[in-house]
Design a binder for this molecule. Structure first.
Ligand code: HEM
Ligand code: MYR
Length: 419
């Protein structure tokens, strides 16, 4: 360890392998051993700054100091985000595009989504009662793909449900992959962009009429700051930035079911979904389990902060998982305690499973509110509306797969609907 620029520096030529080996704990482990929330290392052959904790999160979300353009690895852009998507924009261009995303999240629209979800949950659960067992994660992906398309104004013929679910899932399941898996994911994105691009063309030619408040309508008609329509591919990338992450909420549904299984004493406290405790439970699931390890940006221009030098162009990773488990911010961070959210002050910088800062001015996840609502509906189903048993299975989850999830996908049996 050395400290030329005021921050501890990890020795060695490159730490990419340690990052893969230690996964979600790579940054927290070093923050603990260096006794510093910010340190320097080398990743993918270049210097990189890792940062975590509340003050570091505040700094990371200062748009005068960090930018997104050129920050995410090309592989992640070509699989998970999509080229030209909102995640890679800065400044006014970002704010303008982000406003279109946030317009989809008005309370009325959130309600339209949860209504669709309740109806589709019911239909799906009815099918489950005919099966001896189901893998909850696999089923949840399909269910969420259906509701994402219905809410987004995207027609989804029954025959296409399986392949669209698998294209959308590949993008988040295998965004950190290599070899044949990586190429398969690239293919999945290409197919999905072609599919959605075709629909956007139809909307523009007035042969398809999605509801005006839907993602397909909004991005088909969205104009850039210069007054031009988005090109078809970019519009498709943005519609997929709605369909894909809604499908990814399946990972949180698997973790929700796991939490109910690991902490059965929680169930009696969740009998009334409208009570604040249900939200605390959902927040605790999002805090506790590993999903998105870190997010990345690039130092925009040289600056000094708290005696440390940040050099223009350096990659910076913000430790999302570690901040949610920071012992300075959370009492007994490794215990599952939903009640901790009773007196949480709602800071935008300490509880950041889906990023921090401001939704409109910054890159905080556009879908955080709907994620929470979809999880609340699912808690109600899993606790109150369904009965099921949980057979022996491997419910462990890896601290290195990104994203992570219970290994078995969470198998349930003997499902019945409570009358
Ligand atoms: C951004 C996590 C669900 C849409 C992000 C970011 C994270 C995240 C970590 C980046 C924050 C940053 O870089 O500062 C998650 C997780 C989800 C989820 C764990 C659970 C499944 C959703 C949903 C939607 C959504 C349901 C939309 C329907 C977006 C968009 C961005 C984003 C559009 C880019 C925002 C921007 O760059 O300004 N999400 N998200 N996400 N998320 Fe989510
Ligand atoms: C989404 O689809 O946008 C939400 C779910 C994505 C899960 C992927 C988690 C691992 C990604 C790590 C990439 C780090 C980027 C710097």
């Amino acid at each position: 360890m050395s400290a030329e620029n005021g921050m501890p520096k990890e020795d060695g030529l490159d730490q990419s392998l340690s990052l893969l080996r230690e996964g979600y704990l790579y940054i927290p482990n070093r923050r603990r051993s260096f006794q510093e929330n910010i340190f320097e290392t080398r990743l993918m052959g270049k210097p990189a700054i890792c940062m975590g904790g509340k003050e570091a999160a505040k700094l990371f979300y200062d748009p005068a100091k960090f930018q997104r353009e050129g920050a995410a690895p090309k592989r992640v852009v070509k699989t998970l985000f999509g080229e030209g998507g909102v995640q890679t924009l800065d400044g006014e261009a970002h704010q303008h595009r982000k406003a279109a995303f946030m317009s989809l999240m008005a309370p009325k629209e959130v309600m339209r989504l949860t209504d669709i979800f309740v109806r589709q949950w019911m239909e799906t659960a009815q099918k489950w009662t005919q099966q001896s067992e189901v893998v909850l994660y696999e089923e949840a992906k399909e269910l969420l793909c259906r509701i994402a398309c219905e809410w987004g104004g995207v027609p989804l013929p029954e025959d296409d449900v399986k392949r669209r679910t698998s294209e959308l899932s590949a993008m988040f399941e295998s965004s950190v992959s290599a070899g044949p898996e990586y190429w398969k994911t690239r293919r999945a994105r290409r197919k999905a962009e072609k599919w959605v691009g075709g629909l956007i063309e139809e909307v523009r030619q007035n042969t398809l009429h999605p509801p005006e408040e839907s993602a397909l309508y909004v991005f088909s008609h969205h104009r850039e700051l210069d007054g031009q329509l988005l090109d078809t591919k970019t519009a498709a990338v943005e519609v997929l930035n709605i369909l894909r992450p809604i499908t990814a909420v399946s990972i949180y549904l698997a973790f929700t079911a796991l939490a109910l299984h690991q902490f059965p004493e929680e169930k009696p406290k969740l009998m009334d979904v409208d009570e604040p405790y249900t939200k605390y439970f959902v927040q605790e699931v999002r805090r506790f389990y590993p999903f998105f390890p870190f997010t990345g940006a690039k130092v925009k221009t040289d600056f000094e902060w708290s005696g440390m030098d940040f050099k223009e162009g350096t990659l910076a990773l913000l430790d999302l998982y570690g901040t949610n488990h920071d012992p300075e911010l959370w009492e007994n961070p490794d215990l599952f305690q939903p009640a901790r959210f009773e007196d949480w002050d709602k800071s935008p910088f300490d509880f950041i499973p889906q990023g921090g800062g401001d939704y409109y001015a910054g890159h905080r996840c556009a879908g955080e509110w709907i994620t929470i609502e979809l999880m609340k509906v699912s808690v109600d189903f899993l606790v109150n509306r369904l009965s099921y048993t949980v057979p022996d299975q491997d419910i462990s989850f890896s601290m290195t797969s990104m994203p992570s999830m219970p290994k078995s996908g969470f198998i349930v049996r003997d499902i019945s609907i409570n009358l």
